[in-house]
Design a protein around this ligand. Sequence first.
Ligand SMILES: [Zn+2]
Length: 399
Amino acid sequence: MIKQKSYKFRIYPNQEQQVYFAKAFGSVRFLYNKMLAERKELYEIYKEDKEQLKAHKPKTCTEYKKDNPWLYEIDSLALANAQINLQTAYNKFFRGKGKVGFPSFKSKHKDKDSYTTNNQGGNIRIENKHILLPKIKGIRIVQHREIPNTETIKTVTISRTPTNKYFVAILTEREEEKTQIIDIKSAIGLDFSMPHFFVDSQNNKGEYPKFYRQAQENLAREQRKLSHCKKGSNNYHKQKLVVALIHEKISNQRKDWLNKLSCQIAKDNDIVCLEDLNMKGMSQTLNFGKSVSDNGWGQFVNMLNYKAKSVIKVDKWYPSSKICNHCGRKNVNLMLNDRVWNCSECGAAIERDYNASQNILDEGMRLVRKNRKNKTVGTTGLAYLCLAQQGYRVGSHCL
Ligand SMILES: [Zn+2]
């Protein structure tokens, strides 16, 4: 089984390297927009006639390079990836049947400055605190983690933040043995919860730290100031940087907090059960808006994925909130703002999220038991479990 892992490190390019990166970011964006414009034109002409639309092949990267020779200066795989990204967005639009919009143009001001390139025959590597990339060598890198030599670098994404900091995100792959035997001594269920971040199956809450909420208030204040500045003025640009710096600080604080939280959970539990949520869909359908996509749940689940011994993902359609954990009655009329679960069957009154997290644990352990027979566990395919014979007790669950 192939396992992927990602790392992110800060890099410190010198003047010359910064110039190259600026060119690369610009070229990738240029190519993406050029190709998109061509696609859009064809689409407008032939949208009624799918066969015709298919028959018109878009121009290739090489053709674009011939027309714009300065593109030859740029890493060709970075350009090829821009084309692949556009193709993906375009396919999504077609398969989305009206739910997904036509891909939009990349803007210098709104979109992130970044490009992705691939490792070919070891042309991307880290040596003596410097990273070597295609077309550009020896950029100083600060590594807080070593990449084990059992892992191979697949792709690298270079990005620049609005506050002018540079990062590389490195994606690696390694071959993992199929059978991983773990003794289950403890398991936990986590329910994603709006006010508390999560509630676990022992009714512990993953409260956001206070400094984080304070920083949020600070951000709102500075954003208000920005909205009063005249667009394009000196003050506007100054204030924009202030806002970007706070954003960066908040995201670092959040990451730090999530890292500690996920480490603790992974250390204390052999199995972590959670819902396989689609956060993007959730913020749209439930109208939670920005707070859902920004709260870091996805980031948190990713961290658990590589830190915990085993993560069991419960189907997102499993009605964890609607089932009474005491008697199993299903309450289909439960509303989103019902915070307490009053069971009309057995009379239990428990907090909604606590009830849900217990159900998630039960459902996760059911999957473990079910798959014990065929020795596979987890909808994520992360680990094969082989449970000890004598039946470990997991909370109130006897395996
Ligand atoms: Zn009940």
